[in-house]
Design a protein around this ligand. Structure first.
Ligand SMILES: [Zn+2]
Ligand SMILES: [Zn+2]
Length: 191
């Protein structure tokens, strides 16, 4: 996805009975904040943008490597007060602000972890047609969907390949969400 910041969460269940790993995943973009600021006013758009304090911030004086850290804010007022104190402490008159990515301080991560867990539960209930082990799930995409305009094969996959982690049995299923791709993704129409 180029340079868009990306949040990937994985929840792993180790099944000792079958000796396999089942992995639930969720991925989505997130709003990354890493900024040097000099005034409290600069915090206002950041706070609005990330639904603070549900998604929290970490601030420190001088630069991103400073060991003096303030975090775990419960309100905007508390953030502002600590910002003032850090600004006084700062030798170069700036404060570094960034996201607090710890899961208990990020409601966005909590939500992503919830979806990763749902994905894990769904995989735990999907059984291999050959050996009946749980975790029978999509391993990769294969094949090429045609262009809707010229029918030329695109780089977009046409099949989902399910694989068993226990016996390696595979099953190829045609994807049901789309049957062809837009011209803009066609190497012939839009090289
Ligand atoms: Zn085409
Ligand atoms: Zn199997």
């Amino acid at each position: 996805m180029g340079l868009v910041p990306w949040n990937i969460e994985m929840i792993v269940l180790y099944d000792y009975k079958n000796n396999i790993e089942i992995v639930g995943t969720e991925q989505r973009p997130f709003k990354n904040i890493q900024k040097l600021i000099t005034t409290k006013e600069e915090l206002i758009p950041l706070v609005k943008d990330i639904d603070f304090p549900k998604n929290n911030l970490i601030i420190r004086p001088n630069n991103e490597d400073d060991q003096f850290i303030k975090k775990d804010f419960l309100s905007v007022d508390e953030l502002f007060n600590e910002f003032d104190l850090l600004l006084e402490k700062s030798i170069n008159g700036v404060v570094f602000v960034e996201n607090d990515h710890r899961a208990h301080r990020s409601v966005n991560r909590m939500e992503a972890i919830r979806y990763a867990t749902i994905d894990l539960i769904i995989k735990c209930h999907s059984f291999c047609p050959e050996c009946s082990s749980p975790g029978f799930s999509v391993n990769r995409g294969e094949g090429n969907l045609p262009c809707e305009y010229c029918g030329f094969e695109s780089d977009t996959f046409k099949y989902l390949v399910y694989k068993c982690n226990k016996c390696s049995f595979e099953k190829r299923i045609e994807r049901s969400d789309i049957t062809n791709v837009d011209q803009q993704y066609c190497n012939y129409c839009n090289p």
